[in-house]
Design a binder for this molecule. Sequence first.
Ligand SMILES: NC(=O)c1ccc[n+]([C@@H]2O[C@H](COP(=O)([O-])OP(=O)(O)OC[C@H]3O[C@@H](n4cnc5c(N)ncnc54)[C@H](OP(=O)(O)O)[C@@H]3O)[C@@H](O)[C@H]2O)c1
Length: 258
Amino acid sequence: MRRLFPVTDVTDETAAREWSLAEIAAAYAYPEPGPGGREPWLRANMVSTLDGAAQHDGRSQPISCPADMRIFGTLRALADVVVVGAQTVRQEGYRPARARDEFAAAREAAGQGPAPVIAVVTASLDLDFSLPLFTSPLAPTLLLTGSGAAPDRVAAAEKAGARVITAGEGGAVDPARAVRALADLGHTRLLTEGGPRLLGQLVAAGVLDELCLTVSPMLTAGDAQRISGGPSVTLPRRFALKSMLEEDGFLFTRYQRS
Ligand SMILES: NC(=O)c1ccc[n+]([C@@H]2O[C@H](COP(=O)([O-])OP(=O)(O)OC[C@H]3O[C@@H](n4cnc5c(N)ncnc54)[C@H](OP(=O)(O)O)[C@@H]3O)[C@@H](O)[C@H]2O)c1
């Protein structure tokens, strides 16, 4: 993998070899805490084709690559919590995050548990609570929902071991309230993996600090979703390029809120 931006050394020796997980982790470190402590930082990690498709045949795997998956795993290993929309959980068959030996010491030093907590955003709580995501995670899976969630679904979720957190009125989760609720639990290094309907709301609510976007060198045509959907914002949100890596024609970009 090679770094294209910022350009530091044209004879970069790393260009000819695979980066170690530690090198990737260093390239994607969360911002250091300020004098007042660590503020919540919400990063999204998404992949898109050249023509803007965020999935192919309902999944993101066909537009990804091994280096993308290494970055995906590393971003998880840096996070306190992974926030994900319920449809992505249903469609991609989400499993609990696993503890990885390669990151154990760094996570312990950062005061983190062995693996990030998964937090599912859902109004319906229409999820299969017999799945490992609920029955055997290393830390209980969180369900972020609205105050109007059906009591029988809440009871079923809690019986399965999930922790239900109200972060909105009626059916909808309020993104800013969800970020605050997670920070109140001590989760400030936030990672969202979408999907597009959830990401669109995070963008519109102005709570997204960073986008790690993999640009996949593929064209798919069709009518697949873009990486963020829903109603458009009044004024485009401006982000600044922080870094760009490349391997095998895939671009791994990192943009932060300007
Ligand atoms: N390219 C990528 O990087 C990437 C990443 C992730 C996913 N994907 C693809 O995206 C597709 C799924 O994404 P999607 O956009 O359809 O769905 P999504 O954003 O993953 O999930 C939508 C669901 O999340 C819940 N939700 C979202 N906002 C909510 C709010 N404010 N309050 C309460 N609940 C809320 C609702 O769940 P309930 O229905 O349970 O109420 C809603 O139906 C899949 O094909 C997946 O492969 C691509």
